[in-house]
Ligand binder design. Structure first.
Ligand code: ADP
Ligand code: MG
Length: 728
């Protein structure tokens, strides 16, 4: 039985680094496989080029004639690079990306054939999508789904396939993917933020949301990973005693990158360059065999596509290097899990980062406006932000003694806290000339210096301001960033819309000057949003108590956290901002609740199998060896045998106890599952899985891990933590 483990170990130990030579400068590789501006200019007619640019910049429709021209040029470009197939590339609610390849090749009769790709094939397709989760949308409406070209994310070549980023919607218009609501949210925040910018600069015509993600992951030898059924089927270890050495010495973080891992990274980064993913940073993370990759930030929709694409190609490239990539939030107990910080900001078409300090008091007042509105938006929607990153796998981080807690709070640092305190004392109504001057010179004017000194970063905060952006750190490593980005941009859009109304009211009714009105509104916003600001230790019990007093939510499990996703307030928010209608909101909720149920169900089954098929038989086998030994001792020593067999007898008993406990608990877990499975209401079912089934996972694991320590290493069938985490 332990054969697989030892074969895997032999394979892993014998593996040589796969060389990867970088011969061409990265700047030369960048975007080579992307139908980007440069390639469009080269391959498109001027008319078609302008049509696409206008669609990208203003969302105008691309007519059939232009679409035909674009398709023809895309085909020409792709074929010149050895491409044979094309696919609409989309992000259904499974969280992964989806593709169905069609050949350009088409027979035209008489034994002849051509390479064909027309505008209609570029702009729309109808994949047989009946097996994608839809949360009941397609059933209720008996509608089919179709994919439609998203020109704001350029087509790219992967392997020999031309991939066209698309949205995926039902014929009745409901979104069936992650991208559609994201695009709507980005549109909403653009409209609302542009309106607000006009207070400060009339020239602003567009505001873009930017995202810079930081992807954490584990790299485990492929053979070792394959030797573990739990890793193969659930992406994480469901059992395994912790290694004597873990991350205590902090000797991995930012350490020198192991050669095999480095070669993988160079290979991956080269592919990223070709695909136009601007990756920049790589390093070892805290846990052994844990790493991070981060790009330079991009427009949010593109950044989301790039992260989804990255997660897909990581696995493929890792395989070439004999690795398996684990994107799960908590693959190993006892060492850090993986997250995906979402760095977020807004910037104008005039080149101003709205969350960065400016050079003049006016531009700093603009910064404060966006800064404070974001804080207020998060304060009022903290529970929704928590809900949107909830998943069975992320539950192992949030609220489980791992960074960050399940309570959403914002860290802004001491200096900015002081600025807000001063602004909170601004006079009501009209400001005296002295006060205005004082505010401009001493509060608003000093912001750039204040931010330079914004060094006291708090690593426990789930939502932190880091100088020129907010960093949403609670996002899980395996998540599709579209979800958190949709919610964040929607709540900020809604908040900015309200801000505009509030300010205009003061200007009209109280006849305040623009900046006076802005100060007046911000003052009230600061007072109303204080609850969400927290600079202390997010892991402490004191904070849990304090947060409860403040009325902040603390939903530790996914079934609890998800509920707010279908509250009246949430539905009203998404409908008002035209991001999702009630049907879409409900459908997503259902998909996520069901996914939760299935994840826990699968884990429970897998652990039941491993405990029954691997652990208990091994324990019995070892126990038999001990029994044989005791019997032998008895033969030699007669009545004195107990003196010599003391420890063995204790072990035999202990093994029996653990075997019994495992048997009993697996049995109980199966019963709990049976009970849960006949529950019709999916919310109740999810709770049954969460509170009645899931606790057995830890329970059973406890006994299995005890046995791992007792049983002869030579026959233990499951690759151990020290092997998974330290062989590289
Ligand atoms: P860290 O958070 O690890 O200290 P940085 O602050 O340098 O590192 O940046 C982390 C990420 O933030 C990078 O991916 C970077 O591209 C992104 N980032 C920087 N500026 C912005 C911005 N204005 N909008 C969105 N993301 C940004
Ligand atoms: Mg960071």
């Amino acid at each position: 039985m332990a054969k697989i483990r030892f074969q895997a170990l032999a394979q892993a130990l014998n593996r040589e680094p796969v060389n990867f030579d970088e011969t061409v400068k990265r700047s030369e590789l960048f975007g080579q496989n992307v139908f980007n501006e440069q390639n469009m200019r080269q391959f498109l007619t001027n008319e078609a080029y302008l049509g696409v640019v206008s669609a990208i910049e203003h969302g105008t429709k691309i007519d059939r004639k232009i679409a035909n021209q674009v398709a023809s040029s895309m085909k020409q470009w792709a074929i010149s690079k050895g491409v044979t197939h094309y696919t609409h590339w989309f992000q259904p609610l499974t969280g992964a990306t989806a593709e169905k390849h069609d050949a350009f090749f088409e027979p035209i009769g008489g034994g002849l054939s051509i390479e064909k790709f027309e505008g209609s094939q570029l702009t729309q397709q109808e994949p047989d999508a009946s097996s994608f989760p839809s949360g009941g949308i397609r059933n209720t409406f008996e509608a089919r789904g179709y994919t439609a070209w998203d020109p704001t994310s350029p087509a790219f070549i992967y392997g020999t396939t031309l991939c066209i980023p698309t949205i995926f919607v039902a014929y009745t218009g409901e979104a069936l993917d992650y991208k559609t609501p994201l695009l709507r949210a980005l549109h909403a925040v653009d409209a609302a933020a542009t309106d607000v910018c006009k207070y400060f600069d009339k020239n602003v015509k567009k505001v873009t949301s930017s995202l810079g993600w930081e992807q954490e992951y584990f790299l485990i030898d492929k053979a070792l990973a394959s030797s573990r059924p739990d890793i193969m089927l659930t992406g994480r270890t469901l059992l395994g005693h912790s290694s004597a050495k873990g991350q205590q010495l902090d000797d991995h973080y930012f350490g020198s990158i192991p050669t095999r891992a480095l070669n993988f990274m160079r290979d991956l980064e080269t592919e990223c360059m070709l695909l136009g993913i601007p990756v920049k940073t790589r390093h070892n993370e805290v846990a052994p065999n844990q790493f991070e990759l981060a790009p330079i930030y991009e427009e949010a929709n593109l950044a989301v596509d790039h992260n989804s694409l990255l997660m897909d190609i990581m696995g493929k490239i890792a395989s070439r290097h004999g690795f398996k990539v684990l994107l799960h939030e908590k693959p190993f107990a006892g060492v850090n899990g993986s997250g995906k910080h979402n760095n977020w900001s807004l910037s104008t078409d005039t080149g101003v980062n709205l969350l960065g300090p400016g050079k003049t008091p006016m531009s700093n007042l603009q910064f404060l406006t966006f800064f404070i509105n974001t804080i207020k938006a998060v304060n009022e929607n903290e529970e929704l932000l928590r809900a949107v990153i909830a998943s069975a796998s992320n539950d192992h981080r949030l609220g489980a003694n791992e960074a960050p807690p399940a309570i959403i709070s914002i860290f802004i640092g001491k200096q900015l806290t002081k600025v807000l305190e001063e602004l909170q004392d601004v006079t009501k109504g009209k400001l005296s000339p002295e006060e205005k001057t004082d505010l401009k010179l001493n509060v608003v004017g000093k912001i750039p210096d204040v931010l330079l000194d914004n060094t006291d970063r708090n690593r426990t905060s789930p939502f932190a301001f880091t100088g020129n952006k907010f960093e949403f750190r609670a996002v899980g490593s395996s998540a599709n960033c579209a979800n958190p980005m949709t919610v964040l941009n929607t709540i900020v859009a809604k908040q900015l819309k309200e801000f505009k109304i509030d300010v205009d009211k003061l200007i009209e009714k109280k006849e305040l000057k623009k900046d006076e009105a802005v100060f007046n509104v911000l003052r009230e916003y600061i007072k109303a949003s204080k609850n969400i600001l927290f600079d202390g230790n997010g892991y402490s019990e004191a904070w849990e108590k304090e947060a409860q007093k403040r009325g902040l939510s603390n939903n530790k499990t996914t079934p609890e956290a998800l509920k707010v996703r279908i509250s009246d307030k949430t539905i009203a928010l998404f409908e008002e901002m035209k991001v999702m209608n009630k049907v879409e909101v409900n459908a997503r909720y259902e998909v996520d609740v069901e996914e939760y149920i299935m994840r826990v169900q699968i884990e429970s089954r897998v652990l039941g199998d491993i405990a029954g098929n691997h652990v208990i038989p091994t324990a019995v086998k070892y126990q038999n060896t001990l029994i044989e030994n005791v019997a032998g001792l008895k033969e030699i020593f007669g009545n004195e045998f107990e003196e010599h067999a003391k420890e063995q007898i204790i072990l035999i008993k202990k093994i029996s106890e653990h075997i019994e406990a495992i048997h009993l608990k697996v049995h109980k877990m199966i019963n709990a599952r049976k009970k849960a499975n006949i529950i019709d209401n999916i919310e109740d079912k999810a709770e049954a899985y969460c509170f009645k089934v899931k606790p057995f996972l830890e329970d059973i694991r406890y006994h299995c891990d005890k046995l791992e320590l007792m049983i002869d290493d030579e026959i233990w069938p499951l690759t151990k933590y020290r092997e998974l985490l330290f062989i590289r």
